[in-house]
Write a protein that binds this ligand. Structure first.
Ligand SMILES: NC(=O)c1ccc[n+]([C@@H]2O[C@H](COP(=O)([O-])OP(=O)(O)OC[C@H]3O[C@@H](n4cnc5c(N)ncnc54)[C@H](OP(=O)(O)O)[C@@H]3O)[C@@H](O)[C@H]2O)c1
Length: 439
């Protein structure tokens, strides 16, 4: 397919009226935490409820370390391994239904499975819960679990423990996450004119707009993957808008959670050129309180994010793939009531990208955890942007968001995730937390 010539301007060049001005980028930074010493619990102890998925081996050191946990108020200890399986997700949901204010803390102990975003959302919805999430590296030993046990005991003994999230590293040192501002990359993305860029969720609000921007500015050829029925009037309108732009694009209707179907539809376009970049925008948002979420809901929301990314990657040649940019959400970091399933889906996406970066090297991987976008996308279309504005949050202006996407394609690290928001996530969290405490 012949590409239409478009003048290429390097991002950030003089006269670039679509640069990133007010939008800011934040990267997670580790802050050391002092672990409390082992605290013997005096007086009567109530045993803790132990929850672990049935597929966790019985001799797992984390599960073993939970034996004998107890505290005056009792509590729940939930152990998850390095990935959130279906069993693990069911156990996580079971825990959210068993924890209540004053009934002792819920301690989630995991080696990468995640779940903290769901628990944070639960606490936003139900005041007075004491939650502690302890993450250890994959393969962490029982010693790390004993350190976690001491933390949990201290939390239980402290009465109102609130929310704590701690990472324990392989050396047993404890860390928490804070955010530092980073400059957007200034380089041109490593993409050449005519490169194939797969955009999942490509008929959605942001996917379509991003694809257009990249075709206009970089001369790349977007390949839009989306499961929207192309015969519907809405899809027809969107496709017509893209066609009249005169930009080269290919639209392939497919469910991105089906790897075989994804490979089959991409076979035709990749015969002559490899996939150079993946911009993973497929996703779905479903609202509702955490305690009302059923397992199929959770899996349905997570699938396009996690399975979708894996499926598209399975169709690409890792030696030729240059960039993988995944669209995550700030809600995985800063909780918002009624968005637990979506928060967890985005947390799982980030974890999957991190895992891929460690195990499938080649392309540059990045998860961008976006604040709410104005001007395009599901939040703008559903009226959520207006609500966010009323609540004092500054949405991302479309032109700035698009400029940021272009810059992020040039991301070289360090790290594989950033958060994009005008306001620091720490500031948003503490504002929300003080509102929560006052409510
Ligand atoms: N908009 C925002 O403010 C915002 C903020 C932070 C993060 N994000 C993330 O950015 C991405 C794009 O958001 P958006 O606002 O453009 O949402 P959107 O308009 O709903 O676009 C997402 C697209 O993905 C499609 N999709 C969902 N599941 C799929 C599947 N299994 N296979 C193929 N296509 C599938 C959707 O089709 P259906 O609609 O038919 O399901 C939709 O066309 C999402 O991942 C979202 O989580 C958005």
């Amino acid at each position: 397919m012949r590409l239409l010539a478009s003048p290429l301007r390097p991002p950030g060049a003089a006269g670039d009226h679509h640069g990133v001005r007010r939008l800011r980028m934040w990267a997670p930074a580790r802050v050391p935490v002092r672990l409390p010493g082992h605290m013997p619990v005096l007086g009567r102890r109530r045993p803790w409820t132990r929850l672990a998925p049935p597929d966790l081996p019985l001799d797992d050191p984390l599960a073993a370390a939970l034996t004998g946990w107890g505290s005056p108020a009792g509590g729940i200890a939930l152990v998850l391994p390095d990935r959130l399986t279906r069993h693990g997700a069911a156990t996580l949901l079971a825990a959210t239904r068993q924890v209540f204010p004053g009934a002792g803390p819920l301690v989630l102990l995991h080696r990468g499975a995640g779940g903290g975003s769901l628990l944070r959302t639960l606490r936003r919805e139900s005041r007075g819960l004491d939650l502690l999430t302890v993450e250890m590296p994959p393969g962490a030993s029982g010693a790390a679990a004993f350190a976690a046990r001491d933390l949990a005991m201290a939390a239980a003994a402290a009465g109102h423990a609130g929310l704590h999230e701690v990472d324990i590293d392989a050396d047993g040192l404890a860390w928490t996450t804070s955010w530092t501002e980073k400059a957007f990359p200034k380089d041109r993305p490593p993409l050449d004119e005519g490169d194939l860029v797969v955009v999942t969720g490509g008929l959605g609000g942001l996917g379509r707009t991003v694809a257009r921007r990249l075709a206009e500015r970089l001369g790349v050829q977007p390949v839009l993957l989306d499961h929207v029925d192309p015969t519907t009037p809405q899809a027809q309108g969107r496709l017509a808008g893209l066609r009249t732009s005169g930009l080269p694009f290919v639209h392939l209707p497919v469910d991105v959670t089906d790897p075989e179907a994804v490979r089959a539809v991409l076979r035709g376009v990749t015969r002559s050129r490899p996939i150079s970049a993946i911009v993973h925008c497929a996703g779905t948002i479903e609202g509702g309180p955490v305690r009302g979420i059923e397992l199929p809901d959770l899996m349905r929301v997570a699938a396009p994010k996690v399975e979708g990314l894996r499926a598209v990657l399975s169709a690409a040649d890792p030696r030729r793939l240059k960039v993988v940019l995944a669209f995550g959400s700030i809600l995985a970091r800063v909780p918002h009531g009624n968005a637990g399933a979506y928060a967890l889906a985005n947390e799982l996406l980030r974890r999957e990208v991190d895992r891929l970066a460690a195990t499938a090297p080649g392309p540059r991987y990045l998860t961008a955890e976006w604040s709410i976008w104005d001007g395009a996308g599901v939040a703008a279309e559903s009226g959520a942007v207006a609500v966010a504005r009323q609540a004092g949050y500054a949405p991302i202006r479309l032109a700035e968001g698009l400029a940021a996407v272009e810059r992020l394609l040039a991301w070289r690290g360090p790290g594989t995730n950033v958060l994009i928001s005008e306001e620091s996530p720490d500031a948003i969290t503490s504002r929300k937390e003080s509102r929560h405490e006052r409510a």
